[in-house]
Design a protein around this ligand. Structure first.
Ligand SMILES: Cc1cc2nc3c(=O)[nH]c(=O)nc-3n(C[C@H](O)[C@H](O)[C@H](O)COP(=O)(O)OP(=O)(O)OC[C@H]3O[C@@H](n4cnc5c(N)ncnc54)[C@H](O)[C@@H]3O)c2cc1C
Length: 405
């Protein structure tokens, strides 16, 4: 096996796998390293969470040949309803009013993972190491040498560019000497699937004094719930039996969909914001959760990470066509500059939602209600929100706009 690569991607989660697929056939020697075995049920990234995918992400997954494998399991988001328990004002958005059939779609992460794995199998020019874990790196002027721990022993690879797509606790990030700013939201999110009395035709986001709850439409009349609770209550909520958990969700979400029934497996996640202080280093770059981990309230983590991956793929493909070095410092600086506005804006939006909803002071409550009312009634405000929500941001990568690489 040739152990010399142009691009070595560490982490075959949702973002790293998408990047590897985007680079396939571009004439670059690409390798993908993933610590988990290549099966959706063993891959931590491909779990129970239900992903709200922005329209730009659906476009991109279509262009990557992944949507053809998973689209049948996805549920379109045609309407969005945002409200706050105990306050007036709600935002109702209808895709048709914005000239599109859907704002995006909901897809279980495991289904997307299965599609990504099947699409990776069809990548002819990709070298895959899984299960194999990046153990150490050494950086020289012209290349990075990476040492992997695999089941049959150590493997050494040389690459001109090292990409860290290895998640929130990224080894690549620290090996490249990139610092992070951490913020613990002191909240936990519980994810599960339920069957409401009335099939949901809308994606709901409801803010409450103890944290937001999202209810997303799924196939087969089911709905995906993301219930956020203060960290201090997480132990108690985890210990509830199914009936107790449903009662809690019902009390927080209300009766818009009638009685909620049949909760599926419950999984919880501690919520923190992790923000890398920079995205690039000599011969290295980080993408996805390695670069920023967000509060799930805005449903933006993967959508943003996918735009990271697609922007990087676009620059690498353009560079390869021009015969450039994939680890070129100017190209990496260009990448960091192109991601700046989208990244800062999306982090700020998720953060503001997570913090604002926790604030109970009366003037803020009023402002919130008026804000929701304005968003509901003022078409230009709503159009701007819808466009951002669909993932069409400044400098959006070509694949996200439905164009070729
Ligand atoms: C409850 C919840 C709901 C969410 N809902 C949404 C949503 O609706 N919409 C949305 O866009 N986003 C959502 N997100 C965010 C989204 O799930 C993440 O942003 C996304 O999964 C990040 O993918 P990633 O590939 O960057 O990282 P990860 O998923 O963490 O993948 C990293 C991969 O790297 C591998 N790895 C780690 N270290 C090494 C190593 N040393 N060597 C080799 N491999 C390694 C791991 O095994 C893993 O497979 C949600 C998150 C949560 C918690």
């Amino acid at each position: 096996m040739d152990n010399t690569h142009d691009v070595l991607i560490v982490g075959g989660g949702l973002v790293g796998a998408s990047l590897a697929i985007a680079l396939d056939g571009a004439g670059l020697r690409v390798a993908l390293v993933e610590a988990a075995p290549p099966r959706a049920d063993l891959q931590p990234s491909y779990d129970e969470r239900n992903l709200a995918l922005a329209r730009a992400s659906v476009n991109a997954l279509t262009a990557l040949g992944v949507w053809a494998l998973v689209g049948a399991r996805a549920t379109p988001i045609r309407k969005i309803h945002v409200s706050r328990q105990g306050e007036f004002g709600a935002v109702r958005m209808n895709a048709a009013a914005h000239g599109v059939d859907a704002f995006g779609a909901v897809l279980p992460a495991r289904e997307l993972g299965n599609g990504l794995l099947a699409r990776l199998d069809a990548c002819r020019a990709l070298t895959r190491h899984a299960p194999a874990k990046l153990d150490s790196i050494s950086i020289a002027d012209d290349a990075v040498t990476a040492t992997l721990a695999a089941s049959h022993g150590q493997i050494q690879l040389r690459t001109r560019l090292l990409v860290g797509a290895d998640g929130t606790t990224s080894f690549v990030r620290s090996a490249l000497g990139i610092d992070v700013e951490n913020m613990d939201y002191a909240q936990a999110a519980f994810v599960c699937t339920i069957t409401p009395e009335r099939a949901p035709d809308c994606a709901y986001e409801r803010f409450t004094a103890t944290g937001p709850v999202a209810v997303l439409p799924l196939a087969d009349r089911r709905a995906g719930v993301v219930l956020t609770v203060p960290a201090a209550d997480a132990g108690h909520v985890a210990a509830l039996d199914d009936a107790g958990f449903v009662e809690l969700v019902q009390a927080r979400f209300g009766w818009r969909l009638g009685r909620l029934n049949r909760p599926g497996r419950r999984v919880s996640y501690p919520l923190q914001r992790v923000r890398a202080t920079r995205l690039v280093a000599p011969r290295g770059v980080i993408v996805g959760n390695a670069a920023q981990t967000l509060h799930p309230i805005g449903a933006q983590g993967f959508n943003l990470g996918l735009r990271d991956a697609l922007t990087l793929a676009e620059l690498l493909i353009d560079g390869a066509r021009a015969g450039g070095d994939p680890g070129d410092a100017a190209m990496l600086a260009d990448y960091a500059a192109r991601r700046c506005e989208d990244r800062d804006g999306t982090i700020a939006m998720s953060d503001a939602l997570a913090r604002l909803t926790a604030n109970e002071s009366p003037p803020l409550k009023l402002l919130r209600s008026l804000g929701l009312l304005a968003l509901d009634r003022v078409p230009t405000l709503q159009a701007a929100l819808a466009r951002r929500g669909m993932g069409f941001r400044a400098g959006a990568p070509r694949l996200a706009l439905g164009e070729g690489p």
